[in-house]
Design a protein around this ligand. Structure first.
Ligand SMILES: Nc1ncnc2c1ncn2[C@@H]1O[C@H](COP(=O)(O)OP(=O)(O)OP(=O)(O)O)[C@@H](O)[C@H]1O
Length: 211
């Protein structure tokens, strides 16, 4: 569960999002909104990458402002267009993230295998296509024991065969660990691909649950 208290994000004095008192129950949320409505700004704020006024509290006890390290340990984020040092390999980054997130041993293996990454994950990132890079960013977002996973435009550059695999990861993680997912996308979601997903609209500088 995520709670927002007097949340306000502005750029150069221009309000992008204002959430005086808002909460998101555990579940899977599909964030929709026009270009420039504030979806990425919202996700980056929740991830702790952008500064903002107010507070965000995860699972009733972890405040991003009062417990920044513990909060970030529980909130994982995959950016829309991931950028990683290109001299590192996927395996290097997985090792780094596992260490930072205190991930269980071999946690990445089913993800790497199911997404067909085994043949290239040991190669330098400079050799990856955009879809291969996207898959790596998604694997990294599942490492550790996250209470919340934020995926900005997770579907872009993924091939059609990879979508059901990603959706099965999301469904299993939500059911087994109760992890909350916030996904942003321009694409229409076919309901049967991701059961129990709820839509959320970013519009008018705030969030809405559609009626
Ligand atoms: N670093 C920045 N400085 C100033 N304004 C910014 C900055 N980043 C984003 N904005 C503005 O904030 C608003 C929200 O941008 P944001 O990227 O969050 O939208 P979005 O909903 O993710 O858009 P898209 O669907 O096009 O990816 C836009 O008006 C944008 O111009």
């Amino acid at each position: 569960m995520l709670e927002f208290h007097d949340f306000h994000k502005a750029y150069n004095g221009h309000t992008i999002l204002r959430l005086p008192d808002f909460s998101i129950d555990s579940g899977i949320y599909w964030l929709r909104g026009h270009n420039g409505s504030g979806k990425s700004t919202f996700l980056q704020s929740v991830a702790g990458i952008l500064s903002f006024e107010g507070d965000i509290v995860l699972d009733k006890h972890l405040s991003i402002k009062k417990h920044p390290a513990a909060y970030r340990n529980k909130v994982n984020f995959a950016e829309a267009e991931p950028v990683f040092p290109d001299f590192l390999t996927g395996t290097d980054l997985i090792r780094l993230f596992k260490s930072a997130k205190q991930a269980p041993a071999r946690q990445e293996e089913p993800y790497v295998e199911s997404m067909g990454m085994s043949a290239y994950v040991t190669a330098p990132i400079s050799t990856y296509s955009s879809g291969m890079l996207k898959k790596l960013a998604l694997v990294l977002a599942f490492l550790g024991r996250p209470g919340c996973i934020l995926l900005d435009e997770p579907l872009t550059t993924l091939d059609a065969d990879s979508l059901p695999i990603l959706f099965s990861w999301i469904t299993e993680q939500q059911q087994q660990a109760g992890t909350t997912f916030l996904l942003s996308s321009h694409q229409e979601l076919e309901n049967d691909m991701l059961p129990n997903v709820r839509e959320m609209l970013v519009a008018g500088a705030t969030l809405h649950y559609p009626a």
